[in-house]
Ligand binder design. Structure first.
Ligand code: C5P
Length: 233
């Protein structure tokens, strides 16, 4: 079994009030993206880490590889307009038979969790990490900010990454989605749309996706707790 990791990092962060995309923000001595890459450096048997970024940041990744002494199995691929397009471009650059997709903006995923997803891929074609929802979930008419209905919380889980796939299966799902003009905010949704079962592994509360500036302080606190800052991974 060969394994590649795709790290979509080509977003511009429209929900974030900073000029620089959040994946490049320095946190506890390293850019966010580097924190994420350093975690995957600890996983054995990875053929390539495929980092998907916007054209203008290409050279920055090569600077990071040198400065933070990252392994040279990092491949840089130019992303697309949506996350889905960026992942597809990463996927097209891979020849491994198993794929993990992990958002660049989730720098707190644990090595243990990643290993659980890889292990599940021995038997399962598609796997996602997820967390049970704690709050009560409402469907809302966004235009009038009016509650439409309340969902059954027991059935609600938040999807996290990493998500793992057999590459052929994910490629097929992306082709079908493109043909049908179907867009989703994660890759597992494309597999679901094909009617293929997706297994869920219970994830970790700390595996936060940095979306707003407030998330940064939480992630900073976690990183300060776990890191004695060093210049490299
Ligand atoms: O914005 P969103 O929540 O979809 O971002 C999730 C991840 O996908 C981020 O790491 C972001 O950089 C990446 N992304 C991408 N290409 C895009 C949009 C988002 O690689 N066009």
């Amino acid at each position: 079994m060969t394994l590649d990791i795709i790290v979509p990092a080509a977003g511009v962060g429209t929900r974030f009030s900073r000029c620089e995309p959040k994946q490049f923000i320095d946190l506890v001595g390293k850019p966010l993206l580097v924190h994420t890459l350093c975690i995957f450096e600890q996983i054995e048997h990875i053929k390539e880490i495929i980092v998907v970024i916007k054209q203008e940041y290409r050279s920055l990744i090569y600077d990071y590889i040198k400065k933070y002494n990252l392994r040279n199995n990092i491949k840089v691929v130019i992303g697309g307009k949506s996350r889905q397009e960026s992942v597809y471009k990463g996927l097209s650059a891979s020849s491994a038979d198993r794929i993990l997709v992990h958002d660049a903006v989730r720098p707190l995923v644990s090595v243990k969790a990643i290993r659980r997803v890889i292990k599940a891929l021995e038997k399962r074609r598609a796997v996602t990490m997820g967390l049970p929802v704690r709050e009560t979930v409402k469907v809302v008419d966004a235009e009038y900010l009016r509650v439409v209905k309340t969902l059954d919380r027991k059935q609600m889980w938040l999807a996290q990454t990493p998500q793992g796939f057999w590459r052929e299966e994910l490629l097929k799902a992306h082709f079908i989605a493109q043909k049908q003009g179907f867009f989703a905010t994660d890759d597992v949704a494309l597999i679901e749309a094909m009617g293929v079962d997706v297994d869920l592994i219970e994830g970790e509360a700390r595996n936060i996706k940095i979306t707003s500036p407030e998330d940064l302080s939480v992630v900073r606190a976690w990183l300060e707790m776990q890191t004695v800052t060093s210049g490299s991974c």
